[in-house]
Every structure is written in structure tokens, then in C-alpha cells.
Design a protein around this ligand. Structure first.
Ligand code: EPZ
Length: 434
């Protein structure tokens, strides 16, 4: 049964208690999986999350001639000795945003790329002008035509250069890095994004023989090398999945030990939860979040590039602000419109006013269960949190968004006491779930 065709049904109001593990980071894994095109060798990638975006990435690799072998649920062998550039199927590429890494990887391997423009969550305009600026700086001619992007290096060889990113962009930083690893000479990326998944991708490439320094800072230096070899590499834990579970513990007045995390990556989320009066205990590679019946203090939050409060935690945090005392403000500074989920929360009793890029959130005593939609990946996880905190039954539709980025979410939540399941209703009314 295709789980994405189902609906999530939640009976909420129970505090969640226990241990909940975090899987490998989606946004590092999609970049690293597609980066294997740069090696002409076998790589073994461990701690890969078993989620739709990774499975699509692996399908794309197979379509262009890469050999993929699942060694276990979360470990895959990728043999990119033979790759045929420029033939990734549009119907796969258009399903996720991260497919644009194919451009940088094919350029880095072949000096040319022909890729369908990416898909992904709808936050309004999602340009790739900075990616193109980087490729052109490396000596490529770039053409956009009929939903495809074609990039070609003069004489098939990219030339190292300096690139100043006008916008702090995760994808742009990684994509230029991929194109530069085998360029002639040295490339400097200035105003680079700092996200941990950029560092993880640079660490993977260096383990394959690349020469990258400065990842995680404003300036990344890439000295071109001739060839990359295979490697066995383990993906870092997913900080957004971890942050989602931290907010879940607070929203359900629970007590969750979240394991396989890097607490440092969650500093901004931890700081905000503590400001709200939630107890957060860091212990090695786990974080325990405990909230009894204590009231939640209102706070103001502004999403920023890392190490600021992550934009990918916007919807989840909004749910928690709905349960705080008084008026909180959530400002979205990364994406032009990331508040489409607010209408769904209002169906559960939320009192939110959108004022430009700011959500003014008036605290309510509790959510009331309702029938809602997952409008995108992180909004979907926010609906799950709201349903688990709500009084009564919540039904969530369009759940395929959620399974793009959260491995075994239902199983992980059931293990800590959540009354949650996926059903495949046939013409069933919401009222049937009494
Ligand atoms: C990555 O998207 C993530 N996706 C997103 O996570 C995340 O929201 C985003 O980074 C910000 O952290 C993946 O890593 C697969 P950006 P990306 O380029 O790379 C503007 C999730 O939930 N911009 O950093 O597409 C852009 O419009 C997803 O896992 C340009 O103007 O984001 C935005 O306002 C959702 N020109 C800002 O920069 C460009 O060429 C940040 O975008 C590129 C971006």
C-alpha cells in the first residue's frame, strides 16, 4: 500500500513520553547522494534516511547509469564509475528541489549538464540565479530553455574563480562547490551559507579526495583536484527532525529523550524553548525535552540562515506559539511566503494574523481536532504536532509531503505513546472517526 495515498488520523491530548531516535539528515543526504557522480568509483553511504526524497535521488542516479545497491534500510552502495550525463527523467527531477545538485555534479564530472528545473515545497518564487551566477563565474555558458537548464564549460573544463553570493543560499553554495571540486585552479565562494549540511557535503567530498576548506564559514575555498575516489561515509543526524521532536515534547506537555542528535546544531531551537519555560537537557548525542503543566511564555522568533532559528522550523514553532500565554510574533526572513499552513491551524482554533512576513500569534488554551491538509513538508509535521496536542480527533490529508522528509514518523510516534495511524479511507466521512 502506498502510504502517501492515505490519511493520518490522530487522537490527541496525551503527553508523549519516552525515547525517540533521529535519522540521517535529509538535506545533507540528497546533496551527498547526488555528489557521488563526481567520483568514478564505489561509495558506501550510511545513516541514509529511508524517505521519498532519497529514494527519488537514488532513482535519478540509476536512470543516468549509476549502479545502486541497497545494503540495508539505511545503507547504500553507489557505483558511479559509469554515468551518462543529461538524461535524468523530468518526472523524477521535477519532484524535488534538491535535484538541482545534478547540475553542479554533472558539471564537476563532465564539464556539461542538462537537467530539468527542480520542484520542491511551494514557498513562492524559488530562483536559482545565484547557482547560475556561480556556474558562469567558473566559465560556463548557461541556458534556460523549456523547463530545462543547460550548462557547458568552454572547452569542457571549468576554471576556478571567485564568486560572491548576493543571497545566502544553501543550494547555491553546495551547487557551486560541486562544480568547483575538479575545476582548474582555485574557487572562492564568499557570503557562503553555513548550514551543517554544507559542512557534511564538504566533509564527504574531502573524504573522496577533494580539497575544500572553510565550509561552515562565510568563505569556502575549493582547490581543484584531478580525480575523486570512493569512500564509506555516514550522514549526520537531521537537525530539523530533532527540532520537530523537541517542539512535539513541549506541545504535548511530554518528556522525550531525542537520541542521535548533535545538540550544537539545535542551539537556536533550545534557546527559544528555554525562553518559553521548557526544560531542555543536553547529554552527549541526545537532548531531553520536558514540559510538565507549566505555562508557556510568549516569545518572538525570527527565522534566519544558520546558526539562526531555522526557517524549516517555522511551522512547528508556530504551533507551540499558539499554546503560549499572550501574543508572540514569528517573522519569516528566508522565504517570501511560508505561512500557507496558517489557514489549516485556524481550523483547529488557532488565532493568527499574518502581517507581511510576520505571524502575530495569540495564545489559546488548546487546539481542537479537525480535518486539515499538509500544505508542504514541514507544515505537515506541524499539523501532526498540533493534532497530537489537540483535544479530539484530527485527520490530515495530502500526507505524501510528510513522508518526503520524515523516516518512519508514525512508528516513532507510536513508540512514545501517540495515538496515530495512517488509514486508506474509501469514501469515508470525517465523522466516522468518533
Ligand atoms: C534549502 O533549500 C533546503 N532544502 C530548504 O529546506 C531550506 O528551507 C532552505 O535551504 C533554507 O535553509 C534542501 O536543502 C533540499 P536557499 P534551498 O537556496 O537551497 C533565495 C526542507 O524543508 N535564493 O538557501 O532551495 C531563495 O529564494 C526544505 O527540508 C535566491 O534568491 O534554499 C530564498 O529566499 C524546504 N537565489 C533564500 O535564497 C538563488 O539562486 C534561501 O534559499 C537561490 C536562493
Amino acid at each position: 500500500m502506498d502510504i502517501s495515498k492515505g490519511k493520518i488520523i490522530i487522537s490527541g491530548g496525551k503527553p508523549l513520553v519516552g525515547e525517540i531516535p533521529v535519522s540521517g539528515m535529509k538535506n545533507a543526504a540528497v546533496a551527498i547522494v547526488l555528489s557521488t557522480i563526481l567520483t568514478e568509483d564505489k561509495c558506501i553511504i550510511e545513516n541514509l534516511p529511508d524517505i521519498a526524497d532519497i529514494n527519488i535521488s537514488l532513482q535519478i542516479l540509476e536512470e543516468i547509469g549509476v549502479k545502486v545497491k541497497k545494503l540495508s534500510k539505511n545503507t547504500v552502495e553507489i557505483d558511479a564509475t559509469y554515468v551518462s550525463p543529461g538524461i535524468a527523467p523530468y518526472e523524477l527531477v521535477s519532484k524535488m528541489r534538491a535535484s538541482y545538485y545534478l547540475i553542479g555534479a554533472e558539471l564537476g564530472r563532465f564539464g556539461r549538464a542538462f537537467v530539468g528545473l527542480p520542484g520542491g515545497c511551494d514557498f513562492g518564487v524559488r530562483p536559482i540565479d545565484q547557482h547560475i551566477k556561480g556556474f558562469e563565474a567558473l566559465g560556463c555558458e548557461v541556458k534556460l530553455d523549456g523547463g530545462y537548464i543547460e550548462a557547458t564549460a568552454k572547452n569542457g573544463v571549468l576554471q576556478g574563480s571567485s564568486v560572491y553570493m548576493d543571497v545566502v543560499t544553501v543550494g547555491g553554495t553546495i551547487n557551486v562547490m560541486l562544480a568547483a571540486v575538479k575545476a582548474e585552479g582555485t574557487t572562492i565562494i564568499e557570503n557562503a551559507a553555513h548550514e551543517p549540511h554544507i559542512v557534511d557535503t564538504a566533509n564527504f567530498l574531502n573524504a573522496c579526495g577533494a580539497d575544500i576548506s572553510g565550509a561552515g564559514t562565510d568563505v569556502i575555498r575549493i582547490r581543484g583536484v584531478k580525480k575523486l575516489h570512493g569512500v564509506t561515509y555516514t550522514i549526520i543526524p537531521d537537525m530539523i527532525e530533532a527540532g520537530t521532536f523537541m517542539i512535539l515534547a513541549a506541545a504535548t506537555k511530554g518528556d522525550l529523550k531525542i537520541t542521535n542528535v548533535i545538540p550544537k546544531h539545535l542551539d537556536s531551537v533550545t534557546a527559544k524553548l528555554c525562553e518559553m519555560g521548557v526544560e531542555v537537557i543536553e547529554d552527549g548525542d541526545s537532548v531531553t525535552v520536558r514540559r510538565g503543566a507549566a505555562p508557556l511564555n510568549k516569545v518572538n522568533v525570527k527565522t534566519l540562515p544558520y546558526p539562526g532559528f531555522p526557517t524549516d522550523m517555522n511551522p512547528q514553532m508556530c504551533v507551540l506559539l499558539c499554546l503560549a500565554n499572550g501574543l508572540s510574533r514569528l517573522t519569516e526572513s528566508v522565504w517570501e511566503s511560508r505561512f500557507r499552513y496558517v489557514e489549516e491551524l485556524k481550523r483547529m482554533g488557532a488565532k493568527i494574523n499574518i502581517n507581511g512576513r510576520c505571524a502575530e500569534v495569540e495564545g489559546i488554551p488548546e487546539f481542537t481536532g479537525a480535518s486539515v491538509r499538509a500544505v508542504d513538508l514541514r507544515a505537515g509535521s506541524a499539523m501532526v504536532i498540533a493534532g497530537l496536542a489537540a483535544k479530539g480527533i484530527t485527520q490530515i490529508d495530502e500526507i505524501y509531503h510528510i513522508f518526503r522528509g520524515y523516516e518512519d514518523l508514525i512508528g516513532k510516534l507510536q513508540a512514545v505513546g501517540a495515538d496515530i495511524k495512517v488509514v486508506y479511507p474509501k469514501n469515508i466521512e470525517f465523522s466516522d472517526f468518533d
